[in-house]
Design a protein around this ligand. Structure first.
Ligand code: ATP
Length: 496
């Protein structure tokens, strides 16, 4: 042991002499030659070094996929080694009271495995060349490196790294903080995060229990989701990409967005809210798809408003916040019209839904929502693309009972009979029913009688309005028929 120490001390003084000489020489050597010598010195040092290093990049497959191994390492180090690091970063965990502390970038930490010491460190690399950059930018790739003695190579590759992967996965599941991604966030924020997506924590509380819907329909959807989630082997066996499409259609306020949140909570998936009107062209769309992770739900709301079914994207903003006019877009007259190559097209969208890109990563659900199913191109919603079409409809008694439990904590009431009768005769959305069950004052909150009486009044009013609207429509129809008849009578006279 002493001899070994002496040998290392000798080596240390030799190194000190070399460094001293090098500092003297480099002032008199041209820059190009200096770079050349530095590169060779690094290569030489690597050859003689008794240590090996393994790099784990954040992006694998040429940047197209985020590496699961990288995130497993990140989670493992945070959990197992963070206590030994000097510089840490802290973030809020899955519930806001849960603080997650992890190792900061450019920090080195040690780990022990079967009596062997390993050194980990995190850094960033510039994609164009070998320059290590310490500033956030679009072309930076994060990576972890583990350094160990070459005699432990088999142990590290065969046992340690698989151990890190398994432990990291467990930590990820434990700390999983689901995210709601959007492509509408500020460009600057996305740039700083080095991603085309911006995100916030996904916190929607909806579940299938709180969803007002026919019980059988609800159970069928949950069964379908479970079959999908557990279906990896099945999809591989039949040679299909592991993805599933759902079309949610129905009038405004019937719970399409709520259903998406319930699905995400049920499956424990992230949600990507894709706003097509903010996507410049098919190339940008491809980039967005590539950067989505697996175990995610991709949502395109009001699909009939985003894509012109002749294949061209509509431009401009929503004309009004009025639900009934949600499908209308006004062209911006100040903006010059661009040619088709600079737009997202229907065929571009279809390519990414069922093209090769959609298969990378797997375990993805794609959901379209619309208030007007009949306006959609059959190609867009055919089975295989949108595998399941789910109608979200007006509130009936079964749905109402769920809302009464959610909002008033009651499962029975003397007024339920009258409400059931009215709900069968009137089309009212669950959103409107829920609105009537919401407390408007402290007093009303304590009194379900008042809420239910208010709902009965609203249902009666809605029924009356519907009868009047139907009578007015009928009268108009009759008037038009009369006018047509009168015109037909007059026309032969004129001919004479
Ligand atoms: N089926 C439902 N079950 C429980 N709550 C519902 C349901 N439908 C609507 N709601 C309530 O109404 C609100 C609006 O519903 P939601 O946004 O899900 O409707 P939507 O069908 O997506 O509407 P739009 O077509 O206008 O986007 C929700 O926040 C929720 O509180």
């Amino acid at each position: 042991m002493v001899a070994m120490v002496e040998r290392w001390a000798g080596l240390g003084s030799a190194m000190a002499s070399i460094i001293f000489l090098w500092s003297m020489v480099q002032n008199h050597v041209p820059v190009t030659l200096r770079l050349y010598l530095t590169t060779w010195a690094a290569k030489l040092a690597a050859c003689f070094s008794p240590y090996l290093q393994i790099t784990i990049l954040e992006n694998s497959a040429g940047r197209f996929q985020q590496s699961e191994f990288f995130y497993a390492v990140e989670a493992y180090l945070s959990d197992a080694c963070a206590s030994r690091a000097r510089r840490l970063k802290a973030e809020l965990g899955s519930d806001s009271s849960n603080l997650q502390v992890s190792v900061d970038d450019h920090e080195e930490v040690t780990d022990e495995f079967s009596g062997v010491t390993l050194w980990w460190y995190a850094s960033k690399k510039h994609s164009k060349g070998n320059v290590i950059s310490f500033y956030p930018g679009e072309d930076e790739r994060r990576f972890y490196q583990v350094v160990f003695h070459r005699s432990h190579r088999d142990l590290v590759v065969g046992s340690y790294l698989p151990f890190v992967l398994a432990e990291g996965r467990t930590v990820i599941v434990k700390n999983r903080q689901r995210r709601l991604f959007t492509n509408c966030g500020g460009r600057r924020r996305r740039y700083l995060r080095n991603s085309v997506w911006d995100y916030v924590k996904f916190e929607h509380p909806a579940t299938f229990d709180t969803l007002a819907m026919d019980t059988d329909q609800k159970e069928a959807i949950m069964d379908d989701l479970i079959a999908f989630k557990d279906g990896k082997e099945y999809y591989t066996k039949v040679g299909k990409a592991w993805k599933r499409g759902y079309l949610l259609y129905g009038p405004p306020g019937t719970g399409k967005s709520t259903m998406i949140a319930a699905m995400a909570n049920f499956l424990d998936y992230d949600v990507y809210d894709l706003e097509l009107t903010s996507v410049k062209n098919n190339t940008e769309l491809r980039k967005l798809f590539i950067e989505m992770t697996s175990k995610s739900i991709i949502v395109i709301e009001d699909i009939d408003c985003s894509i012109d079914l002749t294949g061209k994207r509509r431009k401009g903003k929503k004309a009004s916040s009025n639900k009934d006019s949600d499908n209308e877009y006004e062209a911006d007259p100040t903006e010059p019209q661009k040619d088709d190559e600079s737009k997202v097209t229907l065929s571009g969208l279809l390519n990414f839904i069922d093209g090769l890109w959609s298969a990378s990563g797997g375990e993805r659900i794609i959901i379209f929502t619309t208030n007007h199913k009949e306006k959609l191109d059959p190609a867009l919603i055919r089975r295989g693309r949108m595998d399941k079409h789910i109608e979200m409809s007006y509130c009936r008694f079964e749905g109402f009972k769920v809302l009464a439990k959610n909002y008033l904590d009651i499962v029975e009431h003397v007024l339920f009979g009258e409400i059931q009768q009215l709900l069968e005769e009137t089309d009212m959305s669950p959103a409107d029913v829920a609105e009537n069950l919401m407390p408007v004052s402290k007093k009303k909150k304590k009194d379900p009688n008042m809420c239910l009486a208010g709902l009965i009044a609203a249902l009666k009013q809605a029924k009356k309005d519907a009868v009047e609207a139907a009578a007015a429509a009928k009268a108009k129809e009759e008037e038009e028929a009369e006018a047509k008849k009168a015109k037909e009578k007059e026309e032969p006279k004129e001919d004479k």
